[in-house]
Design a protein around this ligand. Structure first.
Ligand code: NAD
Length: 550
């Protein structure tokens, strides 16, 4: 029998190069033996620290910063120096760190991206790269990319067109792939598809890091996206491409074009839908009602709203409701008023929800007319769930469901405190960005955050692990159920419709297992089916621990 060839030795860089490679670097934690063997002697202060001691130093530094933006800068520069330590800190303190590395702070960071720029991270594909995208991809230093998050920066959170400054979003999202679901950082690639910007302030800003031109549109835009998708797919055929923060004119179109061709999803449409459906399932455990009996009124009929509506319709169908009847349980108010049949120039994605009904110009009038059991805010218009709105919902429902999902915090339709106070403690509330616990008449409520981070890292891990060819709607419905199943009665007792973020890795593993199981059922998986899917998923999760290099 031929002798088994020995495992190749790790190709660890040496000396200063090692200290400058964030994937390998351990900083002051290199042991005496490693310092001798890897040419590090003299390049580090002599005291060898453990990762726990390094963590204490990082936390002490972070906690004395004056604000979250400064903490963001510190954390990102740690990520650029030492990814293992960065993830060790983030994963051990996920509730404290997530609002810094993701929403709401990442929104502020994107707005000031030019000023904060220290070190490049991620891949930039610009309108000037047409015809050479495949060549440009070869410059990416990692060989086995499995998770790509790409934005064109046109609709960053609720903040609008931030052009190339939107790069903070794919970076933050991919940090959560690793922190929440253990996707290996070397398999992640953030991408900015820089097609220009319409943001006048950025076009005038000398520190703007992107292309100073108006956005590419039409055929030229589509050709660039197509060239990019084809190049990624041909270099890394197993990679998942997540589209992120595209304006809704492009988001729906691109999703429809690629969903059956490659492994892709749009988090703003499908991830948001799953996290919101999970929140509704939990809320219904409190009200003891069925989803099929709900009437849901959305404020905002964009990617998030229509994505949620479509998934609710498919979940109601599963409960035996015919499609048309399920659609009539979902209503939308957009910037012009209630979406109804006969309204002029309705965008295509709104048409399935344009019902036969008299028009209402005002959200409060729509509430009075439709008597919803739940209102969901995805309009990026702050303070639109006013006191009369919340009071009207509380008049109609014993436990009104009020989800104010717009991000960042400044865009929330109402705060947690407003919802609890105006409903006299009866609202079942969730928000997009985090709100602190609040007390109403002696009872403390812990508002749930309908954070997509509950869903997309688990979905991503499941899809990557089983090497799915496509990402189906069914997978998102399964992800929503798996998330809702992780909400404890003790969470519901304090008003929280999502599990504690402290359990996010366990929650993501459960979601990933449900998604992979769905992929095997739907014949979409390319990897061999394991005996125990959850064990298989767990075995794929990277943990931020130092390995010995000698
Ligand atoms: P979008 O631009 O696609 O849609 C916004 C919609 O709001 C449009 O239909 C627009 O007509 C409508 N709108 C604007 N002004 C309005 C007004 N005054 N009254 C009623 N409707 C109005 O954006 P999107 O992707 O759907 O995101 C919307 C918001 O949802 C953002 O703030 C985003 O951060 C948030 N969001 C939250 C989550 C989450 O919490 N998990 C996920 C995704 C998006």
């Amino acid at each position: 029998m031929p002798k088994k060839s020995p495992k190749p030795r790790l190709r660890v860089p040496r000396g200063i190069e090692l200290l400058h490679d964030p994937l390998w670097n351990k900083g002051t934690a290199f042991t005496e033996r490693e310092r001798d063997a890897l040419g590090l002697r003299g390049l580090l202060p002599p005291h060898v620290l453990t990762i726990e001691e390094q963590e204490q130093r990082v936390l002490a530094n972070l906690r004395r910063e004056p604000n979250d933006l400064e903490r963001y800068v510190q954390l990102i520069s740690l990520q650029d120096r030492n990814e293992t330590l960065f993830y060790h800190v983030v994963m051990n303190h996920v509730e404290e760190m997530m609002p810094i590395i993701y929403t709401p702070t990442v929104g502020q960071a994107c707005q000031q991206f030019g000023l904060l720029f220290r070190q490049t991270r991620g891949l930039y594909v610009s309108a000037h790269d047409r015809g050479r995208v495949a060549r440009l991809l070869r410059n990416w230093p990692r060989r086995d990319v499995r998770a790509v998050v790409v934005t064109d920066g046109e609709r960053i959170l609720g903040l609008g067109d931030l052009g190339a400054f939107g790069m903070g979003i794919p970076i933050g999202k991919l940090s959560l792939y690793t922190a929440c679901a253990g996707v290996h950082p070397a398999q992640c690639m953030p991408v900015m598809l820089d097609v220009g910007t319409e943001n006048e302030a950025l076009l005038r800003d000398p520190l703007y890091t992107g292309l100073c031109q108006r956005r590419l549109r039409g055929k030229a835009y589509d050709a660039l996206v197509d060239e990019f998708v084809t190049a990624v797919h041909s270099r890394w055929p197993k990679a998942l491409i997540q589209f992120e923060d595209f304006a809704n004119v492009n988001a729906f179109r691109l999703l429809a074009r690629y969903r059956k061709k490659i492994c892709t999803f749009n988090d703003d449409i499908q991830g948001t839908a799953a996290v919101t459906l999970a929140g509704l399932y939990s809320a219904l455990r409190i009200t003891r009602q069925a989803l099929r009996d709900q009437t849901i009124l959305f404020l905002g009929a964009g990617e998030a709203g229509v994505g949620i509506g479509e998934l609710i319709v498919s979940a109601m169908q599963e409960e035996g409701v015919p499609t048309d009847a399920a659609r009539r349980r979902c209503w939308f108010v957009d910037s012009h008023g209630l979406v109804v049949k006969g309204r002029d120039n309705l965008a295509e994605h709104k048409l399935p929800f344009a019902h036969d009904h008299p028009f209402c110009a005002d959200f409060l009038d729509a509430i009075r007319a439709l008597k919803p059991t739940a209102i969901i805010g995805v309009s990026a218009m702050p303070k639109t769930f006013t006191r009369p709105v919340v009071e009207a919902m509380a008049e109609l429902n014993e436990r009104p469901i009020i989800f104010a999902l717009s991000n960042p915090t400044s865009k929330a339709e109402c705060t947690a405190e407003e919802a609890y106070t105006w409903s006299k403690g009866r609202a079942i509330y969730a928000s997009g960005s985090p709100f602190p616990p609040c007390t109403y008449e002696g009872k403390t409520f812990v508002p749930g955050q309908g954070n997509n981070a509950y869903i997309f890292p688990g979905v991503g891990l499941g899809v990557i692990a089983c090497e799915a060819r496509h990402v189906s709607d069914r997978m998102f419905a399964e992800a929503a159920k798996a998330l809702a199943a992780q909400v404890l009665d003790s969470d519901l007792a304090m008003g929280r419709v999502y599990p504690s973020l402290q359990r996010i890795q366990e929650v993501s593993a459960g979601i990933a297992a449900a998604v992979a199981a769905c992929a095997y059922r739907e014949n979409l998986a390319r990897a061999k089916k394991p005996k125990d899917i959850l064990e298989f998923i767990r075995s794929k999760m990277w943990r931020p621990q130092y390995r010995s290099y000698v």
